[in-house]
Design a protein. Structure first.
Length: 180
């Protein structure tokens, strides 16, 4: 009798996993989660820009990152399993849109040349922090930590906002279409 119960339960689990596989797929269509990709964005006016810097600044200096290599990218068009049982939820990356909704608003985000520049108060307190940039259904986890940089002069065109995630990671949402 126990064998039948086990077999039935195991079969149901396999069928459920097979049905959920498309919904749980980490990207599908050949998109490898965490693959290194350039942060290339197309803005509303058709302008295409490869982003190679991120910084946040306020009245007391700036912290940021510059890069010449591609960054780990993720397809964020997937279901959220973070609210499930702790063991299961910990196995899956929480989608950017969920992290964004939970995050604390910090400031605005401008495009200045090829850099994204966040305007937030007391930027120095985020030194050594990590950053995720989201656009459309994709995100990029910037490698490295924020460090003091020379502030980018002037203000650019407003393209998004910056928030502080509940895990301490800075989240930058850019109103643009990713070009992968």
């Amino acid at each position: 009798m126990q064998r039948r119960v086990f077999t039935t339960g195991f079969s149901a689990a396999l069928i459920t996993a097979g049905l959920m596989r498309p919904a749980l797929a980490e990207g599908g269509d050949g998109f490898d989660q965490g693959a290194l990709r350039a942060l290339r964005l197309q803005f509303g006016a058709g302008e295409i820009q490869t982003i190679d810097g991120f910084e946040i600044g306020g009245g007391h200096g700036a912290v940021g990152l510059r890069w010449i290599h591609a960054q780990p990218s993720y397809n964020e068009d997937r279901i959220d399993l973070s609210g499930t049982a702790p063991v299961v939820g910990a196995l899956f990356r929480t989608p950017f849109r969920v992290r964004w909704a939970r995050a604390l608003p910090l400031g605005t985000l401008d495009l200045v040349g090829s850099h994204l520049v966040g305007h937030v108060p007391d930027a120095g307190r985020y030194a050594q922090g990590a950053v995720t940039i989201g656009a459309g259904d994709h995100s990029w986890d910037l490698r490295g930590q924020l460090a003091p940089v020379s502030a980018t002069p002037g203000r650019g065109r407003r393209v998004g906002a910056v928030r502080l995630g509940d895990d301490g990671r800075l989240l930058a949402l850019v109103d643009a279409t990713p070009l992968l």
